[in-house]
Design a protein around this ligand. Structure first.
Ligand code: IFM
Length: 447
């Protein structure tokens, strides 16, 4: 049985700060992640993205790995401060040339570039002016988007406005565990709204300036499960569902915030904002890994607490429960919301404690199993009528996993961070075969 059609898009995803390194080279300005990771105590073991996978210098080798994998698509993000060191105004020629060459290299190898305009590395200069709490940041974002596409738009068709604005808002402004490290409800609400406003303004701007682009945006959606079926836990789940999922879906699709939390936004919404945000999308990107369990807890921040998976639950090295059915459920639920907008799974994957054997090889069967099971959930959703048109593994290379540093490895390719040697894991061969055959069973047998 063929599980996926010939035109199904197979890809991998990455993010600038997680792989590029060269943090202060060739005119790049600092980002909030440079500042955050250079602040003692913010990132595990004091890791920073200063060098990361040194992709800035080794991108040709990495494109070679992509070509060997046989992917038809590669999602990468542009570092805003590499393009515009001050966040606005002057374009950094070397930064622009880097992405220009990357795009050409991909196209030369028959790989479609999927360009994401924002994967969390806001220019520090804009943070100094208020970051996402400031409305002007959304206006600067639209200018930045237009600048990037005025150069790359002759070769790049697929553009994602944002990667996971919800994670940027929750982790960066509510929990303060990621850059810029703020933990405040008012800041969170303002940042959430301005991220949405930027999405709408960016979509409007690109549509008005260029034809032929395929514009979408990417949200990390995880079903929220109440620990107990009582009123308190159900309410806690509804709050988290609004904060995490609905704040970055409902305004885009319906031009409103969810009823439960809409009142929080009264002070930041200006006339016309919701209409600006609710722009048509050519596609929707779903990043998905697991679900969250939540319980009411009056003693915790915002009256709710995440419940860790039980001891006997199957988990990844991130402590995330392995629940392929949650991806199926999420896709089915999205179909209802999106109407006819096609879906791409723009991230799915797993960190495991990979073992390197005597020959330097990594037989990461756990990752292969995870990917195969989640892909079955995608195939089931397609059979159930959900219009899923592509799947991107997170990620090609082991890389800088944000506040967790380098210890959490998600890659299909092992990176030795001392030498920068890249070595494909067994999952790389598995995914290559999966792409070749489009049959999950065949691919699993080959592993
Ligand atoms: O590494 C991240 C990525 O940057 C955004 N989505 C989740 C991944 C794994 O945590």
């Amino acid at each position: 049985m063929t599980d996926f059609p010939a035109d199904f898009v197979w890809g991998v995803s990455s993010a600038a700060y997680q792989i590029e390194g060269a943090w202060a080279e060739d005119g790049k300005g600092p980002s909030i992640w440079d500042t955050f990771s250079h602040t003692p105590g913010r990132v595990a073991r004091g890791d920073t993205g200063d060098v990361a996978c040194d992709h800035y210098h080794r991108y040709r080798e990495d494109v070679e790995l992509l070509a060997g994998l046989g992917v038809g698509a590669y999602r990468f993000s542009v570092s805003w401060p590499r393009w515009l060191p001050e966040g606005r105004g002057r374009v950094n020629r070397a930064g622009r040339d880097f992405y220009d060459e990357l795009v050409d290299e991909l196209l030369d190898r028959g790989i479609e570039p999927w360009l994401c305009l924002y994967h969390w590395d806001l220019p520090q200069a804009l943070q100094d002016a208020g970051g996402w709490e400031a409305r002007d940041t959304a206006l600067h974002y639209a200018d930045y988007a237009a600048s990037v596409l005025s150069v790359l738009g002759d070769r790049v068709r697929r553009v994602a406005m944002f990667n996971e604005p919800n994670a940027a808002a929750v982790a960066g402004y509510l929990l303060g565990i990621q850059a810029p490290g703020t933990s405040d409800l008012t800041s969170f609400v303002a940042a959430s709204h301005h991220l949405n406003l930027a999405t709408g303004l960016g979509l409007q701007r690109l549509r008005s300036e260029r034809s032929g682009l395929s514009l979408g945006t990417i949200v990390n959606l995880q079903p929220i499960v109440p620990e107990r079926e009582d009123e308190e836990d159900r309410r806690a789940a509804a709050v988290l569902d609004a904060f995490w999922n609905a704040h970055h879906v409902d305004p885009l699709l319906y031009g409103r915030y969810p009823e439960l939390t809409a009142g929080m936004f009264d002070d930041v919404i200006r006339d016309g904002d919701l209409e600006t945000i609710a722009q048509p999308l050519d596609w929707f990107g779903l990043n998905h890994y697991s679900h969250h369990r939540v319980a009411a807890d009056p003693a915790s921040l915002y009256g709710l607490a995440l419940v860790p998976p039980s001891d006997d639950a199957e988990t990844t090295a991130m402590g995330w429960e392995v629940v392929p059915d949650a991806l199926f459920d999420q896709l089915v639920a999205l179909r209802e919301k999106l109407g006819g907008v096609p879906i791409y799974v723009t991230e799915n994957g797993a960190a495991f404690r990979d073992r390197v054997d005597d020959r330097g090889e990594v037989h990461d069967q756990a990752r292969i199993d995870y990917l195969a099971r989640y892909l079955r959930a995608v195939a089931r959703a397609r059979d159930a009528g959900v219009d899923v048109r592509g799947y991107f593994v997170w990620t090609l290379l082991d890389n800088f996993e944000w506040h967790e540093g380098y210890a959490k490895r998600f890659g299909l390719v092992r990176v030795d961070f001392e030498t920068q040697e890249r070595r494909p894991k067994a999952s790389y061969d598995w995914y290559r075969r999966m792409i070749e055959t489009r049959k999950i069973e065949d691919a699993a047998e080959a592993a």
